[in-house]
Design a protein around this ligand. Structure first.
Ligand SMILES: [Cu+2]
Length: 110
C-alpha cells in the first residue's frame, strides 16, 4: 500500500466514524415513539358527547395497559370521530396516552 492509499483510508475512517455515531443516535430516536405508540381496543358505545368531545365506552380488557373490562369516558381528538356513532355500536378504537381516542371504527351496530 502506498502512503496515498493509507491517507485515503485514514480519511475515510474519520468520515465513517461520526456517521456510525449518527446512526446510533437515530436508533435512540426511533425508540422514543414506542412510549407513545397507539393502543388498540374494542368496546361498546355507551354515551356520545360531541360538545365535550367525550365518548363513553364499555371497553374490553386492554392487556397492554393492564386494564380490566370497564365503562369509562374517553376524550376524543376530533368531533368528526363521533360522527355516525350510535349508542350500542361495537367499535374498535385507538388510544393515545391511555385516555385519548384518536381513531374509532364501528365494527357492528344495532
Ligand atoms: Cu378503562
Amino acid at each position: 500500500m502506498n502512503p496515498e492509499t493509507l491517507a485515503l483510508i485514514a480519511t475515510l475512517a474519520l468520515i465513517a466514524a461520526p456517521d456510525a455515531m449518527a446512526q446510533r443516535d437515530a436508533h435512540q430516536h426511533h425508540a422514543a415513539p414506542t412510549a407513545t405508540a397507539l393502543i388498540a381496543g374494542q368496546g361498546v358505545v355507551k354515551k356520545i358527547d360531541p360538545e365535550k368531545l367525550r365518548l363513553t365506552l364499555a371497553h374490553d380488557p386492554i392487556e397492554k395497559l393492564g386494564w380490566p373490562a370497564m365503562t369509562m369516558p374517553f376524550a376524543v381528538t376530533d368531533k368528526a370521530l363521533l360522527q355516525g356513532l350510535r349508542v350500542n355500536d361495537v367499535v374498535r378504537f385507538e388510544l393515545r396516552d391511555e385516555q385519548t381516542i384518536v381513531a374509532v371504527k364501528v365494527v357492528t351496530g344495532k
